[in-house]
Every structure is written in structure tokens, then in C-alpha cells.
Design a protein around this ligand. Structure first.
Ligand code: XMP
Length: 434
């Protein structure tokens, strides 16, 4: 856990924008932690805060009564949000930060005496020291997915303990084109990390063969992944498991009231590892937001291409290949997806969209190619923008770009003769089709 002398506590008393407020404070280089209003006073005191921001935009009188008397601590307090004044009548008031970010800064700098010196460089130094302290001369194993969080954690732990970190990268046969090679290239060759590459494609694809139900696919992939990872980890014999848990994962699992004692450490995203596989978790970015994780990755030398990657679902191409999984049609999807991504990057649209990808639709339609009748599959393209994946808006990609993708897919990917564009927002659609 990262502790600095300048921690400002955000007391969540029922506030939808709590993560935004936390980000606004951190943008001023002030470390802030979110705690539920029901947190015991001693737990809050343990962080040695310099001030408290009470955030409430809805709240019941019962909750106000339940809140411990934080005023007794004698710390500067600020009330943010419509209901916050009721919770902390003695605090200075501010409007929600969208309209009044300056009030947050003023409170932290003037009332709490913060100097605003919490930087990601400092974070890295502290995290490296913490990892060394926690791990001693032990070994750490880490499941590397090639996604941003696990990649940054790998780089951070590697900086701290070098060769005593072993990363395990499982190829489940549902990866995108060249993904296995690029992860090995970045981590194995460029960073000289111990990287255990496990090609378990056959094992996964044999189990998935003919499975069409999306939830069944997810279950098979999840279970198989845990088995393969556990086997690999047992060989490495490491007492520590590195994990890419980030702050929103934790915040979303903290109840506002009830179980207050366990609030800070109730989250475990490793869920499902067999109980006989006993690990101590190393979670160095558990107090960072995603964009902070990206900055840390950049400072540690990870390539921008990796850090700015679109989110990719755990079950990977498995849930973008509709209908029964088979190797041949999976290959069609892989090729089509690579073309979509390449054209997106070439046109400068990659960084302007949250997620853009191809979907394999197991429907055959009649078409014409080289003056011959064809009867081939459909590829759908989906491009959305979002802030949190809870809602999403279809991106109006330029027609020329879509035509180019379509033309290339039809001419370069054997087995496809039609490309369609998904124009469904979320809701009512979901981002993934399965
Ligand atoms: P949906 O399809 O629910 O997607 O609108 C929301 C976000 O979550 C991703 N997603 C998943 N991620 N395992 C994951 O790790 C999954 O099973 C899964 N399903 C969807 C999706 O890519 C989007 O960013």
C-alpha cells in the first residue's frame, strides 16, 4: 500500500461521481483514498490524512446518524454534493467538482496544507521499495495477459526483483493475430524477463470445439485457464502472486455500509484459483486509476502501442466468434480482426475509439467474387466510444475507412463475402455480441 504524508480522504456517503472527484484531486498531485462513510475512525486515522472531503449527492438520515464523528479528529473538512452539508454541517461546502474543481484544489492546498508533490515517479520509487520489502528474497509468479494492467505490474515487479519474477503467458488459442509473438518480444526479448510461454491452444480449442453457448464458452475458458496457470505456477514454486488489480476494481467492491472493517482489502480478482494453491498477493497498482497505470507503464519504458490498447475481453476471440467454435472459422475472424485494427491504426482512428473490432457471424450469404458465385460467411465491424463501458455510443467511422476495411476483408480473407457495420448503441446492445 502506498502511503504519503499528504493523504486526503474522500468519504463516500453515497456519491455517483466519487471516482471523478478522486481523479480531480489526484490531477493536482495529491494522493487521495476513497473510504465508505461507515469506516471506523481508527481505520481512517491509520492513513494519517491531512483532510477529509465528504461526498454525498443522496443519502438518508439513517446514514447520517451512522457516520462516525470524524469532526473529533480536528481535520479540515470539505462537503461536496447536495447532501454532504447534512452529513458534515461544520464543513466548508463546494458544488460537485464538474462545476467547481477549483474548490477541491483550494481546500487541499490552502486548508490541508498539501504541497502537491505526489508524482508517478515517486509512486514507482515507493512501489519498488514496498515490493522488495514484501517479497524479501522470495519469488513472484504473474499471469501476463498482454493487457495494460498485468503488463505494467510485470514491469514494476521486474524493476524491483528482476529474475525472481516469472511471468506466465498462456496462449489459449483465442488470441489475436501475432499477439503471442508480440508479448514474447516485448517482455521476453526487450525486457529480458523470465517468461514462461505456454501454448495450450489445443487443450482449449479441443474443449471448445462445437460449443456455441456464450456462457458455456466463458466457463470452459475460465476453468481451463485456471488449471493451466495453476500447473505452471506449481512448477515455479513461488509463494507470491503478482496481480494487476487497479483501484476501480477495489472501489466497486466496497459496500457503503456494513462490513466496514473489511472494506479496504475485501477484493480479490484472482477468484477461482484452487485453495491448495496458497499465494500471498502482490498488487502494486491497486491504488491507481487506469490512466495513472498507463503513466507508470510509460515511465517504465513499455511501448505506447501496448499501453494504449483497446480493452479486450478475458474470453478473447471466443466471444467474438458467434456460434460453435472451430479452428478454421476462428482463423477467419483472426485475419479479419487484424485488417480492421491495421486500417484503424493507419487512419489515425485507433486512439479515437474505445473499442473497435470484428465479429464472426456464422451465417452464409450469396455473393460474387471474381465473376464466380460465392456462398460465404459474414463479418461484422463494431466501433464504440465509452467512458466506463457501462454505456457506449456507436462511432461514426468514415465511410471511406469502412469501405477500405470491407474491401480488404473480402479480398484477403478466404471464406468471407459480406461485411456489415453494427449501428447499435449500448443500451440496448452490449459492446460484445456474446
Ligand atoms: P459488454 O459486452 O458487457 O462489455 O457491453 C463491456 C466491456 O466488458 C468487456 N467484456 C468482458 N471482459 N470478460 C472480460 O474480461 C468477459 O467475459 C467480458 N465480456 C465483455 C467488453 O469487451 C467491454 O469492454
Amino acid at each position: 500500500m502506498k502511503r504519503t504524508p499528504e493523504t486526503v480522504i474522500l468519504l463516500n456517503c453515497g456519491c455517483e461521481n466519487i471516482q471523478k472527484i478522486a481523479r480531480a484531486v489526484r490531477d493536482r498531485h495529491i494522493y487521495t483514498m476513497v473510504m465508505p462513510y461507515s469506516v471506523p475512525i481508527e481505520r481512517l486515522q491509520a492513513e494519517q490524512p491531512v483532510g477529509i472531503i465528504v461526498c454525498a449527492d443522496r443519502i438518508s438520515a439513517a446514514a447520517a446518524e451512522k457516520m462516525p464523528k470524524f469532526t473529533a479528529l480536528g481535520l479540515p473538512m470539505l462537503a461536496v454534493g447536495e447532501a454532504a452539508a447534512e452529513m458534515a454541517p461544520e464543513a466548508r461546502r463546494a458544488e460537485m467538482p464538474e462545476g467547481d474543481v477549483s474548490a477541491l484544489a483550494e481546500f487541499c492546498f490552502r486548508d490541508c496544507g498539501c504541497s502537491g508533490n505526489w508524482t508517478m515517479e515517486k509512486f514507482i520509487d515507493e512501489a519498488v521499495a514496498d515490493i522488495r520489502r514484501q517479497v524479501g528474497d522470495g519469488r513472484v509468479v504473474l499471469g501476463l495477459s498482454g493487457g495494460v494492467d498485468s503488463s505494467v505490474v510485470a514491469a514494476l515487479i521486474h524493476k524491483a526483483i528482476g529474475d525472481r519474477l516469472t511471468c506466465v503467458f498462456v496462449n489459449h488459442g483465442l488470441l489475436r493475430k501475432n499477439e503471442a509473438e508480440s508479448v514474447q518480444e516485448i517482455f521476453g526479448r526487450n525486457f529480458k524477463m523470465n517468461l514462461k510461454y505456454i501454448n495450450a491452444s489445443d487443450r482449449f480449442l479441443d474443449k471448445l470445439a462445437g460449443v456455441a453457448d456464450p456462457e458455456k464458452k466463458r466457463k470452459i475458458i475460465g476453468k481451463e485457464f485456471i488449471d493451466v496457470f495453476a500447473e505452471a505456477a506449481a512448477e515455479i514454486n513461488a509463494p507470491f502472486l503478482g496481480q494487476g488489480t487497479i483501484y476501480p476494481d477495489i472501489l466497486e467492491s466496497i459496500p457503503l455500509d456494513g462490513n466496514p472493517a473489511g472494506v479496504i482489502k475485501s477484493h480479490h480478482n484472482v477468484g477461482g484459483l484452487p485453495p491448495d494453491l496458497k499465494f500471498q498477493l502482490v498488487e502494486p497498482v491497486e491504488r491507481l486509476f487506469k490512466d495513472e497505470v498507463r503513466v507508470v507503464g510509460k515511465l517504465l519504458g513499455l511501448p505506447a502501442e501496448l499501453l494504449n490498447r483497446h480493452p479486450f475481453p478475458g474470453p478473447s476471440l471466443g466471444v467474438r466468434h458467434l456460434g460453435p467454435i472451430d479452428r478454421k472459422t476462428l482463423q477467419i475472424l483472426r485475419e479479419a480482426d487484424a485488417i480492421v485494427t491495421e486500417e484503424l491504426r493507419n487512419s489515425g482512428w485507433y486512439d479515437k475509439t474505445w473499442q473497435t473490432f470484428a465479429i464472426f457471424v456464422p451465417v452464409k450469404t450469396v455473393g460474387m467474387k471474381n465473376h464466380q458465385r460465392t456462398y460465404d460467411y459474414v463479418i461484422a465491424i463494431r466501433s464504440i466510444n465509452s467512458v466506463d463501458a457501462v454505456t457506449a455510443e456507436v462511432v461514426r467511422l468514415p465511410w471511406e475507412l469502412l469501405f477500405k476495411m470491407s474491401d480488404r476483408i473480402i479480398h484477403e480473407v478466404e471464406g468471407v463475402n459480406r461485411v456489415v457495420y453494427d449501428i447499435t448503441h449500448k443500451p440496448p446492445g452490449t459492446i460484445e455480441w456474446e
